[in-house]
Design a protein around this ligand. Structure first.
Ligand SMILES: Cc1cc2nc3c(=O)[nH]c(=O)nc-3n(C[C@H](O)[C@H](O)[C@H](O)COP(=O)(O)OP(=O)(O)OC[C@H]3O[C@@H](n4cnc5c(N)ncnc54)[C@H](O)[C@@H]3O)c2cc1C
Length: 416
C-alpha cells in the first residue's frame, strides 16, 4: 500500500500526480472465504478492517451490491457525538469516539474528523430538564458534557436567534466539545484501502440474493456473481437488513424509513459548531467546503427509494430559518435521502441469530455514522470470537423478547 505523507505528495507532485496507485483492488470473487461481510458501507468495511488487523482473519470478502459508501454512509450529515443517556449506549458510542480520535492516523487516511463541538438545544423547561439529566448521566460515564444557558449558547453561535421573542426560544443547550463532524465518504474509502492492504477482497457490484444454509447453519451466500462460501456471515446492510433477514427466514424488529438531508450553496465560514434541535426537528453544520449541511427527521412512511417527501424538508427548513433568520436568503443546492433501519428502542442490533454463523449489525437508524469505528470494532471482535463482545452484548436481538431495551428515543436531541 502506498503510504500517504507530505513526502509522497511531493514526490507524486513532481510526476504531475499521474502515478498514484489504485486505493483498492477489484478482485474476482474466490470460491470460499473465512468470513463474508454483506454491505460495503462504513460499518461493513470497518468490520473487515478490524477482523484483519486486530484478529488476524484476512480471508474476508466484503460483498457490496453497489459502490462503496453508496448507502447511508455517504448520505448522512456526519455528526459524531457520544452523549447518549443509558450506560450501554454511552459505552458503545464513547468507544467509537475514542477510535475516531485516532482514526486518520490508524488508517493513514485523512477522514477529516473535526471536533468542533455539538450543541443540542433546549426550547422548553422539559427539554432543559432532559438535558440536565442526560449531561449528568454522561459525566458519570466519563463523557464530556456541559449544560449551557441561553447566553452561553449565543456566545458560541452568534448567528442563532436567541432573542426572547423568537418563535422557538432558546433556553439553553447541552454541549459536547469532543463531538463534531467527519468526511463521510473518506471513512468508507479509508477503511476500504486499509482493509484491502491487509488482504480483504472488496467485491463491488455484487448483490447477495440468498443464503446457503444447511441444518440451521449458514455456509455461504448466493450472489449476482455466483455462490461464495463462508461459515461466518455478517450482514451490515442498514436499510436493507430486513430484506436480507427475510432471505434467511428471519424477521427483524426493524422499519426502513427515508431520511433526508440537503446542502446549500457554499458560504464563507459562518458556523463553526454543530447545532441540533430535537424540538423543531432540524440540525445544521457548515462543511469545510462552506455548504450548510442540514438534516431532518425521518419521513413517516416505510420505503426503500432513497428519496423523501417535500413536506419533511419544508418543515425542517421552516425551523432552520426561524432559528437562523440570516439563512432565509441562502439557496439550497442538493437534496437526497437514505434508507434508515429504525428499531423500537432507537438502539442498534449487534447480534447472532438463530441461524448458526449468521450475524446482523443493523438498526442504527438515523444515528449510526458516529458509531462507525466502534460498531465495526466490536462486531469484528464478536465474529472472531463467535460470541458477543461485552460492549455488543446488551444490543442482542433477544432484548426484544426479554424486555431489556436500551431506550434512546430522543435522549440526545434528534437521534443523529
Ligand atoms: C440523510 C441521513 C443523515 C444521517 N445523519 C447522520 C448523522 O449526522 N450522524 C450519524 O451518526 N448518523 C447519521 N445517519 C445514519 C448513518 O448514516 C447510518 O446509521 C450509517 O451510515 C450506517 O452505515 P452502514 O455501513 O451500516 O450502512 P450503509 O452505508 O447503508 O451500507 C450498507 C450497504 O449494504 C449494501 N447492501 C444492501 N443490500 C445488499 C445486498 N443484498 N447485497 C450486497 N450489498 C447490499 C448497500 O448497498 C449499502 O452500501 C444519517 C443517515 C441519513 C440517511
Amino acid at each position: 500500500m502506498q503510504h500517504y505523507s507530505g513526502l509522497s505528495l511531493l514526490r507524486h507532485g513532481l510526476n504531475h500526480h499521474e502515478n498514484w496507485p489504485r486505493m483498492w483492488r477489484n478482485p474476482v470473487p474466490k470460491k470460499a472465504y473465512d468470513v463474508i461481510i454483506i454491505g460495503g458501507g462504513g460499518h461493513g468495511l470497518g468490520t473487515a478492517y478490524y477482523l484483519a488487523k486486530e484478529f488476524g482473519i484476512t480471508n474476508v470478502a466484503v460483498v457490496e451490491k453497489g459502490w462503496l459508501g453508496g448507502g447511508n454512509t455517504a448520505r448522512n450529515t456526519t455528526i459524531v457525538r457520544s452523549n447518549y443517556l443509558w450506560d450501554e449506549a454511552a459505552a458503545l458510542f464513547e468507544h467509537s469516539m475514542k477510535l475516531w480520535e485516532g482514526l486518520s492516523q490508524d488508517l493513514n487516511y485523512n477522514v477529516m474528523f473535526s471536533q468542533r463541538g455539538v450543541l443540542n438545544l433546549g426550547h422548553t423547561l422539559q427539554d432543559m430538564r432532559d438535558i440536565r439529566r442526560r449531561v449528568n448521566a454522561n459525566r458519570l460515564n466519563g463523557i464530556d458534557g456541559e449544560v449551557l444557558d441561553a447566553r452561553q449558547v449565543q456566545d458560541l453561535v452568534p448567528m442563532l436567534d436567541c432573542s426572547k421573542n423568537a418563535r422557538y426560544p432558546v433556553l439553553g443547550a447541552s454541549w459536547q466539545p469532543r463531538g463534531g463532524v467527519a468526511r463521510h465518504d473518506a471513512v468508507a474509502w479509508g477503511f476500504a484501502r486499509a482493509a484491502d492492504a491487509l488482504g480483504v477482497d472488496i467485491l463491488q457490484q455484487t448483490e447477495v440474493t440468498g443464503f446457503m444454509m444447511r441444518d440451521g447453519q449458514v455456509y455461504g451466500v448466493h450472489t449476482t456473481r455466483g455462490d461464495i462460501e463462508a461459515r461466518t456471515v455478517g450482514c451490515v446492510a442498514a436499510g436493507n437488513s430486513g430484506v436480507l433477514a427475510g432471505m434467511a427466514g428471519l424477521k427483524l424488529p426493524l422499519e426502513s424509513h427515508p431520511l433526508q438531508a440537503l446542502v446549500s450553496e457554499p458560504l464563507k465560514p459562518v458556523l463553526d459548531t454543530v447545532v441540533m434541535s430535537n424540538h423543531v426537528h432540524g440540525y445544521i453544520s457548515q462543511s469545510d467546503k462552506g455548504d450548510l449541511v442540514i438534516g431532518a427527521g425521518i419521513d413517516g412512511y416505510n420505503g426503500y427509494g432513497q428519496r423523501g417527501s417535500y413536506s419533511t424538508i419544508e418543515h425542517t427548513l421552516q425551523a432552520i430559518v426561524e432559528m437562523f433568520p440570516a439563512f432565509s436568503r441562502v439557496r439550497m443546492n442538493r437534496q437526497w435521502g437514505g434508507i434508515v433501519d429504525t428499531t423500537p428502542d432507537a438502539s442498534p442490533i449487534l447480534s447472532a441469530t438463530k441461524v448458526k454463523g449468521l450475524w446482523f449489525n443493523c438498526g442504527w437508524g438515523t444515528g449510526g455514522f458516529k458509531a462507525t469505528p466502534g460498531s465495526a470494532h466490536v462486531f469484528a471482535a464478536s465474529l472472531a470470537a463467535g460470541k458477543p463482545h461485552p460492549l455488543a452484548a446488551p444490543f442482542s436481538i433477544d432484548r426484544f423478547n426479554t424486555g431489556a431495551l436500551v431506550d434512546e428515543h430522543g435522549a440526545a436531541g434528534v437521534a443523529h
